[in-house]
Design a protein around this ligand. Structure first.
Ligand SMILES: N=c1c2ncn([C@@H]3O[C@H](COP(=O)(O)OP(=O)(O)OP(=O)(O)O)[C@@H](O)[C@H]3O)c2ncn1[C@@H]1O[C@H](COP(=O)(O)O)[C@@H](O)[C@H]1O
Length: 100
């Protein structure tokens, strides 16, 4: 892709998560998270881990790591939102409501 993707990439990733949940392909990391016997706690564990790794990257001032770990965090947040039945559009609407 020649252009830098905009925030709609989050919607696309969410749609892939939805699709994985429906089709349950073998080897899918999303399915491994969604089907984990710990349920939502597994996803929350990952959100916690990725939050910590993002904080460490920021403390280290390592821009490349900040981009990498924040992407991991956003991805796991999208899986969490999917599991809760919340869409990225609902988050966008809430953020837009706060514009001033
Ligand atoms: N964006 C991501 C994405 N970001 C990170 N990850 C995975 O998230 C995990 C990050 O966890 P860690 O850094 O803790 O690494 P780990 O050692 O594997 O961790 P453990 O789970 O083993 O504890 C890694 O396994 C990464 O591969 C992702 N896995 C999938 N996606 C998206 O989800 C889509 C569906 O993926 P599959 O379900 O695998 O087909 C893909 O097309 C991507 O768009």
């Amino acid at each position: 892709m020649s252009e830098t993707p905009d925030m709609s990439v989050l919607n696309t990733v969410y749609k892939i998560i939805e699709e994985r949940s429906k089709t349950q392909p073998e080897g899918s990391y999303v399915c491994a998270l969604l089907n984990d016997p710990k349920g939502i706690n597994k996803i929350l564990e990952k959100v916690g881990e990725e939050t910590t790794e993002t904080i460490i990257a920021v403390k280290d001032g390592d821009k490349e790591e900040i981009v990498y770990e924040t992407s991991d965090l956003l991805f796991h947040l999208l899986v969490m939102l999917f599991e809760c039945g919340v869409t990225p559009d609902e988050i966008s609407a809430e953020l837009a409501r706060r514009f001033k």
